[in-house]
Design a binder for this molecule. Sequence first.
Ligand SMILES: O=C(O)c1ccc[n+]([C@@H]2O[C@H](COP(=O)([O-])O)[C@@H](O)[C@H]2O)c1
Ligand SMILES: Cc1cc2nc[nH]c2cc1C
Length: 360
Amino acid sequence: MDLIEQTIASVPPLDEAAMRDARDHQARLTKPPGSLGVLEEVSVRLAGLAGCCPPPMPEPAAVAVFAADHGVHAQGVTPWPQEVTAQMVANFLAGGAVVNAFAAQVGAGVSVVDIGVAADLDAAPGLIRRKVAHGTADLARGPAMTDGEARRAMEVGIEVARDLVAEGAACLVTGDMGIANTTASAALIAAFTGLPPERVTGRGTGIDDATHARKVEVVRTALALHGLPAEDGADPLGVLAAVGGLEHAAIAGFVLGAASLRVPVVLDGVIAGAAALAAAALCPRALGACVAGHRSAEPGHTAAVDALGLRPLVDLELRLGEGTGALLALPLVQGAVRVLHEVATFDSAGVSGKDAGPRN
Ligand SMILES: O=C(O)c1ccc[n+]([C@@H]2O[C@H](COP(=O)([O-])O)[C@@H](O)[C@H]2O)c1
Ligand SMILES: Cc1cc2nc[nH]c2cc1C
């Protein structure tokens, strides 16, 4: 068995007994039952993922920013020059990007993975050099990647997840950087959900009406060219190779890697959402490890999280990527688990429970 199959085979189902323990414990804590809303569900799921209650605190966290370029850039789907991908990688490494500020805010480490930047990048502290190709080919004219490239990128994602956890991370966070990658994301989301291109294609970094109309047509052309959505069900690696990006394949692997290690992974925006659709198509159990950090302004992201049955924790109309929305959600995930560790029960604190007193 190769790394991908091995990883998929080792993803456990959520532990029902641990989830029951977490629900029972939540009911005993000094608060009205259910009063922590969605955070209670998060705490129960992370107990199921860990297989114990309380689950380990999801800290420290580590964000991996997977960076890659896209051949579909040639179709005029974004106003930004392709070299911005490499320039932003340099900015991440220098500590000057929003992801660095938000990671510092929550004490998370930042690693940058060159999974497919078009330019050759020099070695630098914090840069994980695992380039699979110098960007993808144009998905509107042929397959974006070979099957081998998609597999290799997915393997790198698994390996990065394993390495970060081995170095001490108890929570993983997805990040991405890739000019034109919202076009590949829209194509992936259309391919996996069956929704039409106009429903899932957004304005990315910010495009005018004419560019948006062209982007929708590029996605439509690509889907027709590759026969997507496939009538007989999607071959997830084939879909990734046809219309995905190297960072999508890597993030799909990162999700599988986290799930196989029983470590939660907080998903960022539309790129992670598209990648998670691929991961879930390969291994539905992997969804047990996924927390949707935020709802991106991209319409395809809402389509993706709806299809995955995930509820984004933060909704601030962000559309930056890099891992920024997921990092903002991290304290919510950590707070949800801390409640199970630290909050007193009605018994231990001597607080009367509901219906304990006289009725009038
Ligand atoms: O995370 C998101 O939902 C998101 C939404 C819009 C844009 N982005 C970021 O913007 C870049 C891609 O935008 P574009 O317009 O060039 O396709 C890429 O680097 C992404 O990280 C990210
Ligand atoms: C400046 C810039 C920063 C980004 N960060 C993630 N995607 C980005 C796209 C651009 C254009």
